[in-house]
Design a binder for this molecule. Structure first.
Ligand SMILES: Nc1nc2c(ncn2[C@@H]2O[C@H](COP(=O)(O)OP(=O)(O)O)[C@@H](O)[C@H]2O)c(=O)[nH]1
Ligand SMILES: [Mg+2]
Length: 309
């Protein structure tokens, strides 16, 4: 079944691509086979993460970026991971209308990811989805995520270049951003620069950056108005510059190695656990758990006992 799907997806059929993505996103039976078949073809896409607080204009900006990249790339994909936009909500409706023009473009593929219930977590599910899009010949994958918690920060890590989108007048909220995602931001964007206060925000950001001196890459600060499109070309330029630096400095390879390590270690952990569970057996495991619950033995002793045959 997936062989046929694979072939159709490779030929550019969007429905088959969507189905393949669902299989790997939810880790359905056959997901491993799909990823194995596609893995050799991965590693060519440029992956750009767009993160930041809700309402900052990320979706609007991603839509603009998709258009800009599409002018010179054959295939562009958008992966939207946004827990703040429920499917019935106004925001996503607005997104849909804005994105309709993109949908009509055969070269742009849009994927909305569920934010809950992924085997192995959201970041790993996103990585699988991005890998499939990459292998299917996507030149640029734009990943939109709300930069609020650790999990979203982890999602942003699949990107080669992470853009943090802020807006004028965030005030103290900027401090909150700083704690979370500023460390992983490669490009800082002050969006809604058509509004008053963009200069102050850019200054605040510059000041925060000056505190982290020792970093080899100094994130540029770019002002955009996603609504009018102003500054979007500058943003594309800043992303390209980071990409070039990343390639040259070895950062790119380091990040990809970090991602590969995380993936292999996670799978290894799962496999080892399954293997051990098989060896220990449900009966012995349940008996040990019961004794721990009764305080007859402590959890450490239970593990030692189970592993010690
Ligand atoms: N004034 C202004 N509004 C914008 C700009 N970019 C986006 N918006 C508006 O901000 C709201 C939130 O945008 P959206 O892209 O959904 O933000 P997201 O939650 O970060 O994805 C929408 O009403 C947009 O029309 C901008 O550059 N200037
Ligand atoms: Mg959005």
């Amino acid at each position: 079944m997936s062989g046929d799907l694979l072939e159709k997806a490779r030929a550019g059929d969007k429905r088959s691509t969507a189905r393949l993505l669902t299989i790997v996103e939810n880790d359905e039976p056959g997901a491993a086979a799909v990823l194995r078949a596609l893995y050799p073809a991965t590693g060519h896409a440029e992956i750009v993460g767009i993160t930041g607080p809700p309402g900052g204009g990320k979706s609007t900006l991603v839509n603009r970026l998709a258009g800009a990249y599409r002018e010179r790339a054959g295939k562009v994909a958008i992966v939207a991971v946004d827990p703040s936009s429920p499917f019935s909500g106004g925001a996503i409706l607005g997104d849909r209308i804005r994105m309709r023009e993109r949908f009509l473009d055969e070269g742009i593929f849009i994927r909305s990811m569920a934010t809950r219930g992924h085997a192995g977590g959201l970041a790993r599910a996103s990585a699988r989805v991005v890998n499939v899009l990459d292998a299917l010949g996507t030149d640029v994958v734009l990943v939109e995520t709300v930069g609020v918690g650790q999990e979203e920060v982890d999602v942003a890590r699949v990107a080669d270049t992470v853009c943090l989108v802020t807006v004028p007048g965030l005030g103290d909220d900027i401090q909150a951003i700083k704690a979370g995602v500023l460390e992983i931001a490669d490009v800082l964007v002050v969006n809604k620069a058509d509004r008053p206060g963009a200069d102050e925000t850019a200054r605040d950001l510059a000041q925060m950056l000056s505190l982290a001196k020792d970093k080899p890459w100094k994130p540029p600060i770019v002002r955009t108005s996603a609504q009018t499109g102003e500054g979007v070309a500058d943003l594309v330029g800043a992303i390209a510059k980071h990409r070039a630096w990343s390639r040259e400095s070895g950062e790119y390879r380091e990040r990809r190695q970090g991602a590969a390590r995380a993936e292999v270690e996670e799978l290894l952990r799962e496999a080892l656990l399954r293997k051990l569970e098989g060896r220990v057996g449900d009966g012995r495991l349940n008996a040990a758990v019961a004794r721990v619950a009764e305080r007859a033995i402590d959890p450490y002793a239970a593990v030692e006992e189970l592993l010690g045959e």
